[in-house]
Write a new protein. Structure first.
Length: 201
């Protein structure tokens, strides 16, 4: 079985497992994403509620475990992030197709929101730790936020990185370059995704 077929097969298995449990923890992504997409079209946005959705999604997807600095904050720490994510300038990133990242304007938007998230959470992290921190803020956190609110990038967790290694794609570079390097590979599975979408609807 080649890589494309394996991805489609694994996706279908994941979807079937998700469908079998209406209260499964991975459904928190679905709830979070749908609320953020709806909020982009709403005139009255409940930032507090969206912050709670984001916090619970991040918790259920493993970002509140162990020594995470987020454990020391309540859900409202995400309010400034929610407000920035809902800025109209980022509408183009909401549900964006992979191929659209070829456009420089979209690349710039991704750089902008990535920079905002990194600076905001890194400041919080330093305040919580109360000491000099040498390692960078986790790209896993940044990409999970972007995946759960805009759906514009995959989550760069250990499973996804393992997949990148398997495909011999560079993983030591910033998110934007990672995404661009994946474009040609992703084209190969777009047809399969379209078939899956028809089954899921």
């Amino acid at each position: 079985m080649d890589t494309v077929d394996l991805i489609i097969k694994s996706s279908m298995e994941f979807y079937n497992d998700l469908k079998a449990d209406e209260n499964g923890r991975y459904r928190s992504w679905e709830h979070c994403y749908s609320h953020f997409i709806k909020a982009r079209e709403s005139k009255e946005v409940d930032y507090d509620y969206l912050s709670l959705q984001l916090a619970f999604y991040l918790a259920s997807w493993g970002m509140y475990r162990g020594s995470s600095f987020l454990l020391q904050k309540d859900y409202r720490v995400h309010v400034p992030v929610v407000k920035e994510l809902l800025n109209k300038k980022y509408d183009a990133l909401a549900g964006i197709e992979c191929a659209a990242f070829k456009e420089e304007s979209n690349q710039k938007l991704l750089q902008d929101i990535n920079s905002f998230l990194e600076k905001y959470y890194d400041k919080i992290r330093h305040e919580v730790k109360e000491q000099e921190i040498k390692n960078q803020l986790s790209y896993t956190l940044i990409t999970k936020i972007l995946m759960g609110t805009l759906g514009c990038v995959p989550a760069y967790d250990r499973y996804f990185i393992a997949g990148i290694k398997n495909q011999k794609l560079q993983q030591e570079i910033i998110i934007l370059i990672r995404l661009c390097s994946l474009l040609s590979f992703m084209k190969g599975i777009l047809k399969g995704w379209n078939l899956l979408e028809k089954k899921w609807k």
